[in-house]
Each structure stands twice: as C-alpha cells, then as structure tokens.
Design a protein. Structure first.
Length: 185
C-alpha cells in the first residue's frame, strides 16, 4: 500500500534538503514524470521517484556535488572576508583623513569669524569717529542750520536770494531803482 502513496514536490525537496529549482533541473535531467497532475498544476510523484531524488542528494553524487559546492563556498568566504577587511581599513583611513580635513576647515572658519568680528569693530569705530567729527564741525561753524561748503559756513537765505533774478525782468534791460529821499541826505 505504501507503493501507491504519492508525494508532492514540496515533500520531496524537504526530505532531500534541496531547493525547488534544483529538483526541477534534476527531474528534467533524469526524465522524472509526475504520476498525477491536478487541474491547478500541482504535481505528485511516486515513492520510487521520491527515494531516487532523496538518495541522490543525501548519500549519492548529489551529496558530493553539494559538499564540493559548499567547500568552494568556504574558500570563497575567506577571500570575501579578507577583501572586506581591506575595505574596512581603507574606509577607516579615509574617515580619519576627513576628520583631519574637517578640523582644519573648522580652524579656518574660526579665524575668518575673528577677522569679520574685527572688521565690524573697526567699522563701528570709524562711524563713531565720523559722527564725532561732524559734531565738532557743526560746533565750530556755529550751528546746524548753516551747511559747510569748503570749510566755510554759508547762510542759505543770503546766497539763494542774491543768486535769484526776478522773473518779470527782461534780459539786458535795467530797471530803474527808486532811492528814498532820505538816502540823499
């Protein structure tokens, strides 16, 4: 009765300890045909097929191939580990260089900040000196209502009236001046 028992692919690969793709390749190579296929495509294999696959991968050539592949992986593993160690060392050196460069740039920024602060202080002093000089000039010239021109204070009212010409006076014609009779004496 155990001869008639059928097994799914998942049951076979679990017992053999292989992947589904490995089973598919093995079944194609060894011309294994399912004894039953359901409408949805689920395949069933006989006990004989199951024992053939399991024995091949547990104690036969398949086992040797797996061990060979596994040993090859171990050798490759050592190479990968060594390569990764080298890369880690290179990254550590690059990191140290970046930290060093960052420290240099930070020092440079501090120096520039100090220079900018000194420039601001000098600008403030220059503004204060300029304001003090303006106050002294105003005090020496006699007030704030007289503008300073070439170091001399001028009166805005006198200079503006003496420079203006009457609008109704034609050019080239002199106007008669009235002198008061008191002016005669």
């Amino acid at each position: 009765m155990s001869e008639n028992k059928i097994y799914t692919i998942n049951e076979i690969i679990k017992d053999a300890g292989i992947a589904r793709s490995t089973f598919d390749k093995f079944a194609e190579t060894n011309n294994l045909r399912p004894v039953k296929t359901e409408k949805r495509g689920k395949k069933f294999y006989s006990l004989k097929d199951k024992e053939f696959v399991v024995s091949h991968y547990v104690s036969g050539k398949g086992k040797e191939e797996k061990e060979k592949f596994t040993n090859h992986k171990a050798e490759r593993h050592d190479e990968v580990v060594e390569l990764l160690r080298e890369q880690v060392q290179q990254l550590k050196k690059a990191n140290e260089q970046l930290i060093h460069d960052n420290d240099i740039l930070t020092d440079q920024l501090k120096a520039k900040d100090d220079q900018i602060a000194a420039a601001h202080q000098l600008a403030d002093q220059a503004q204060k000196l300029h304001l003090g000089l303006e106050k002294q000039v105003k005090a020496l010239t006699g007030g704030a209502d007289k503008p300073v021109v070439d170091g001399k204070a001028t009166n805005m009212n006198n200079s503006s009236t003496s420079q203006q010409k009457p609008a109704d006076e034609p050019t080239g014609v002199k106007k008669a001046t009235h002198k008061s009779w008191w002016h005669i004496f």
